[in-house]
Design a protein around this ligand. Structure first.
Ligand code: PHE
Ligand code: FE
Length: 294
């Protein structure tokens, strides 16, 4: 958790960093009220259905950090949570808060919010005919998918650093490369644990179909995470992933992404893009680390 003086000086740094950030006044124009008391009984029931289903599916599939984070959000069990209560909980854990937004927000605003440890969340919940799939994020994806990981201190810092990196990528004109990193880690990341392969990506944990598919189906490639490789790989937003990248732990992911990306953008900006389903010569599928002697 960040103490208040550090937080204030941090905000001042963000404000001075360059031209693309939003100021607090602009952020207020884009954020909305959740109007929690207006949700219908059926909307809360849809939430409970989705949460029950995922809680059953994700045992032994989601990573420990995700499951611990979800358990720490007890308020979410009864129905769509009130963001004000959720923010208090999250703030106490890692200094993050929820910023209610009407839908997809402009990139610069999205990054500005993340850089300030504000997670933009939609408020609406999918309809009953969309329980298995919907194209845009809803409150179930945004909250149940993302917030448990934000309870983890290392991941919480990673997300803030990503926001700062996003503002920089916008200035440098390399958002495409950086967005792939978000896609293949925050949204669709897998992690190798001593117990086996586990899920941490929010796009997966909020999808009943993909939480099974990504681990059990032989079709998708599962490759070791490699920053340059990921940043060159395209993706499809409207189907299960053809390739997943596997990290060993969050500290390692954060260490790999900490260096200045500016030289990296120049280096990979001229290289060809890699198709979402491609495997390059020499690439081998992810395998669990062998215990004991080789
Ligand atoms: N190191 C990245 C940069 O210099 C920022 C970043 C950190 C991006 C963590 C993603 C995750 O742009
Ligand atoms: Fe998401």
């Amino acid at each position: 958790m960040i103490d208040a003086p550090r937080w204030r000086s941090y905000l001042q740094t963000v404000n001075r960093a360059g031209g693309v950030e939003y100021r607090m006044e602009d952020i207020r124009d884009y954020t909305i009220e959740q109007n929690w008391s207006e949700y219908s009984a059926d909307e809360h029931a849809i939430w409970r259905f989705l949460l029950d289903r995922q809680q059953r599916l994700l045992v032994g599939r989601a990573c420990r950090d995700y499951l611990d984070g979800l358990a720490g959000l007890g308020v979410a069990a009864a129905g769509i949570p009130d963001f004000r209560r959720l923010s208090e909980l999250l703030d106490r854990a890692t200094g993050w808060r929820i910023a209610p937004v009407p839908g997809i927000v402009p990139d610069a605003l999205f990054f500005t919010l993340l850089a300030r440890r504000r997670f933009p969340s939609t408020c609406f919940i999918r309809r009953r005919d969309q329980l298995d799939y919907l194209a845009e994020p809803d409150v179930f994806h945004d909250i149940c998918g993302h917030v448990p990981m934000l309870m983890n201190p290392v991941f919480a810092d990673y997300m803030q650093a990503y926001g700062e990196g996003g503002l920089k990528a916008l200035r440098l004109g390399h958002l495409k490369e950086l967005a792939r990193l978000y896609w293949y880690t925050v949204e669709f990341g897998l992690i190798g644990t001593p117990e086996g392969l586990r899920i941490y990506g929010s796009g997966i944990v909020s999808s009943a179909g993909e939480s099974v598919y990504c681990l059990d189906e032989p079709a998708p490639h599962r490759l070791h995470f490699d920053l340059r490789r990921v940043m060159r790989t395209s993706y499809h937003i409207d189907r299960y992933q053809q390739t997943y990248f596997v990290i060993n732990d969050f500290a390692e992911l954060f260490a790999a992404t900490r260096p200045d990306f500016a030289p990296l953008y120049h280096e990979i900006g001229v290289l060809p893009e890699i198709a979402a389903d491609a495997v390059l010569p020499g690439e081998r599928p992810w395998e669990p680390k062998k215990e004991g002697r080789a």
